[in-house]
Every structure is written in C-alpha cells, then in structure tokens.
Write a protein that binds this ligand. Structure first.
Ligand code: C2E
Ligand code: CA
Ligand code: CA
Ligand code: CA
Length: 287
C-alpha cells in the first residue's frame, strides 16, 4: 500500500510489493504460529552406503500456514533468524525430534538390524551463539531419556568459519557429552581444511553440489578427485562422511566407491512422516 502522491517507481512493481507484504505478514505471523502448533517436522532417512541399512533420519521443519499451505524452511527460517524466534522454534524442533527418536528406539530398537535409529537436527547460527544451547539440549535429553549419542546436531560450514573459542565452547561441551556434531553443506564455505582439526565435529556432510556433479557419466574428473581428497582427509581425521541430495542409484554407487559412509536423498526417500523412516529401517531386516 502506497500513500497518495508516492513516487511512480515504487508503484511500478506490484509483485515486489506483494512479496514484501508476504514477507512482513509471515514474519509477524511466526510467533502465533509456534503457539498454535502450525509447524511440523518431516524426516528423511540416512542410509549406510556399505550395506544399505537405515541408520537414522534428519529432521526438517515445515510450516502449515492457514492461508498459504505448506511452506518450506527456506521461506521462514531466515525470517525467524532475523526476529530471534529461531531460538524457541529451534528448541521446539529439537524437542520434537528427540521425542521421535525415543519412540523409534523404544518401539523398534531391538528390531532395527543396524542398531537403534539416530536423529539429526539442524542448528542455526543464532542458536549456536545463544547462551541456553547446552542447558536446553541437556534438559531435553534428560526429559526424554534419550542418550546423547543418539543425537547429531548439524551446523553449516559457513557458521563455523572463523568461529572463535566462545562460539566453539558449547559445541565442545555437547561433543564431550557424546552428541555428534556434523559440518553441514561442507565444501561450499572455502574453510581451511586444516581448520577442521580445531572444530569439535565428527561428521562432514558433503554439499549437494558434489552429488549433482556425479550425475553425468563419466563424472567430472576434477570433482571426483576433490571428493576423493575430502573423503581421505576426513577419514584420516576420524570423521565420517555423509552425502546429501542423492537422487539416482548411479550417484549412490559412485559415492560409495569414493568411500563416502552415509547417504541421504530422494533416491532412498523424500522427507516424510516418521512412520516411513521406521518402515524402511524394518524392511532392511527382511532383506
Ligand atoms: P539442509 O540442512 O541442507 O537440508 C537438506 C535439504 O535438501 C532439505 O531441504 C531436503 O528436503 C533437500 N533434499 C533432500 N534430498 C534431496 C535430493 O535428493 N535432491 C534435492 N534436490 N534436494 C534434496 P528443505 O527441507 O527445504 O530444507 C532446506 C534447509 O532449511 C535445510 O538445508 C536447512 O538448512 C534448513 N532447515 C530445515 N529444517 C531446519 C530446522 O529445523 N532448523 C534450522 N535452523 N534450519 C532448518
Ligand atoms: Ca542439514
Ligand atoms: Ca546440507
Ligand atoms: Ca543446504
């Protein structure tokens, strides 16, 4: 809405206006959405490349907006980060996801051949610098009775580039308790590889762009070398390597040959309801 006499140039782009209104509308609707329970979580299986077994899942948050339908995290996580709502929202995601992991482990822990299922949860940089992170996580694990080693927190490479000790301290505390820390979107942030030794991470999640380059046959030889190099460096540092965005069997096979440990992507399953994860995990057992 422009006031009368506003300049023409502003009026000329009604679409940008609509986007701005939506953005503003979404931002102001976020707190009530959390209270009304409009968020939900989809789970995407994590599959061991060596034997095809389901080892756990990544939690991915969605917003069931009363007018706009289901919104993906790219639409609202940045807004939640700008307004600080990401802290309570992230805490909610963590609690729900850990509760889901408890259900999987209590009901199917004995039957899943590769051991009890684990849960991966994304942490935004704002949560990382929030002083309550360690205490909130400990409380959620205690309240639910889930072992710390069932949980993996995913932090993007870019969030940790140039991170000082104050930022790393909470992650170190969590890692000491047995929580896994994964470096998400690895390979996009140009971080110093030697820097990896300083970070309390145990898993590298190779960015989807590498997986995409395995789509062509033969794959780009330079990309093959890069992935091979990252995997061998990771393994020499005792880190395991997860690849995301695996959409074809050919990609999975190539990445397995290159030594990657775990895979995630539409080839195995799209993000979906929690039942799908344990169905897939249990199906393993009958193979
Ligand atoms: P991410 O952590 O890199 O998550 C992987 C994204 O790739 C997800 O998008 C997933 O649906 C998508 N994906 C999975 N398999 C495939 C595939 O085979 N092909 C393709 N093309 N895409 C695939 P999604 O769910 O839209 O999430 C986007 C981003 O939003 C996530 O990227 C993560 O950074 C963020 N996010 C999601 N949930 C949360 C959350 O609870 N907290 C925070 N802070 N961020 C979240
Ligand atoms: Ca992630
Ligand atoms: Ca990622
Ligand atoms: Ca990503």
């Amino acid at each position: 809405a422009k006031s009368a006499g506003g300049n023409r140039a502003e009026l000329a782009d009604p679409e940008a206006d609509a986007r701005a209104i939506t953005r503003h509308g979404l931002t102001t609707a976020l707190p009530a959405a959390l209270e009304r329970g409009e968020f939900f979580i989809e789970y995407q299986p994590l599959v061991h490349l060596g034997d095809g077994s389901v080892r756990g899942a990544e939690a991915l948050v969605r917003w069931l907006h009363p007018q706009h339908g289901v919104l993906g995290p790219d639409r609202f996580i940045p807004l939640a980060e700008d307004t600080g709502l990401i802290v309570p929202l992230g805490r909610w995601v963590l609690e729900q996801s850990v509760r889901q992991a408890r259900e999987w482990r209590e009901r199917y822990g004995e039957q899943t051949p590769a051991g009890p299922l684990r849960i991966n949860v994304n942490l935004s940089p704002c949560q990382l610098s929030h002083p309550g992170l360690v205490q909130d996580t400990v409380e959620i694990l205690e309240r639910t009775g889930v072992a710390p080693d069932a949980l993996c927190l995913e932090v993007t490479e870019s969030a940790l580039i140039g991170a000082d000790d104050d930022l790393l301290k909470p992650l170190r505390r969590l890692a000491e308790m047995g929580v896994d820390i994964a470096l998400d979107d690895f390979g996009t942030g140009y971080s110093n590889l030697a820097n990896l030794r300083r970070l309390p991470v145990s898993i590298l999640k190779l960015d989807r762009s590498f997986t995409q380059s395995m789509q062509q046959f033969p794959a780009d030889p330079v990309d093959l070398k890069i992935v091979e190099g990252i995997v061998s460096l990771a393994h020499s540092l005792d880190l395991s390597v997860t690849v995301e965005g695996v959409e074809t069997g050919a990609q999975a096979e190539q990445l397995r040959i290159l030594g990657c440990d775990t895979a995630q992507g539409w080839y195995y399953a799209r993000p979906g309801p929690p039942e799908r994860v344990h169905h897939l995990a249990l199906a393993d057992a009958t193979n």
